[in-house]
Design a protein around this ligand. Sequence first.
Ligand SMILES: *Cc1c(COP(=O)(O)O)cnc(C)c1O
Length: 379
Amino acid sequence: MKKRYLLAPGPTPVPEKVLLTMAQPMFHHRTPQYSKLLSEVEEKLKHVFQTRNNIFILVSSGTGAMESAITNFFSPGDKVICVRGGKFGERWGELCKVYNLNTVFIDIEWGTAVKPEAIEEALKEHPDAKAVLTTHSETSTGVVTDLESIGKIVARTPAILITDAVSSLGALNLETDNWNVDIVVAGSQKGLMIPSGLAFISVSEKAWKMVETAKLPKYYFDLRKYYKSLQKWQDPFTGGVNLLVGLKETLQMIEEEGLQNVFERHRKLAEACRSGVQAIGLELFAKQPSNVVTAVKVPEGIDGTAITKKVRDEYGITIAGGQAQLKGKIFRIAHMGYSDRFDMILAISAIEMVLTELGYNVPLGKGVAACEEYFLKNW
Ligand SMILES: *Cc1c(COP(=O)(O)O)cnc(C)c1O
């Protein structure tokens, strides 16, 4: 027997009571029951998105909403500015390429955040740019982006600001309206604490004006269909019925805890995690670390893929390794969504034990002690 723990940056654990709520007989999506559920979920989502904009719910993983953020707003050859500093920034870039956009890249070193001034400069140099594409929390590097400052800059131009908030929504403060973020893309399996399968996209009025002239092809992700259906509290296609049932429950949990308290909990878990790994002599990878996932440099001479594999197969804890050029060079501990103090303590404990097994000299218990001290002082 092995008890399993999920501490990867998505999918994240689903609270027990939410699992039970979702274990209900399927009901039909063209019913008053479904419309009521959809309207309740929409209202609660707006609270978490901190917006009055329309939010469309798609049955797909987060990337589907990213694709819809391209196809609904642009025409082939349109100029956009795309920030690339990790795997998910690269995904924006790949989408722009597939759809033949004229893409100006701001490439930043992995592990660092884009400087708002770099965006200001790019917009000055390219006044015809129609959008700036960003990643709020770059999950592959554990970096958070200063969207508030970027929002102020982009709002003064005709361009719209698009952000991938798949790993940050419901975990990091994201003031969609106050910060002028025109399009926010999110997913169900991270901060929102339900299984994968739903994606979300909020659209400002400034961005919605671009929909009518956008010529890129789309069918399933045509947001005009979603808009029309939403007026009648319906989905254009079969909605994610049971996922929506679960989502209503997790949004309720977020409301009860209080949005600001949810952000504070993530901050404290992140700080404890960072102090734990640093106490055993490891270094953080991110220069501007995000509060949803901690990326840690693998010490010299140790095989990083062996750490994540051993932690999972022998200790039952799923954390994440590095992606692309970071494979084997970092490991990532998530503190996202349904996550609490002892998740951090057990993750740090497992890292101490596995590093010891791999022959790295770790002071056993020192990272755990740092976590405990942090929580005693700050929780
Ligand atoms: C998880 C994630 C995604 C979406 O991935 P899907 O597998 O399509 O849900 C996109 N962006 C970021 C930053 C993510 O963390």
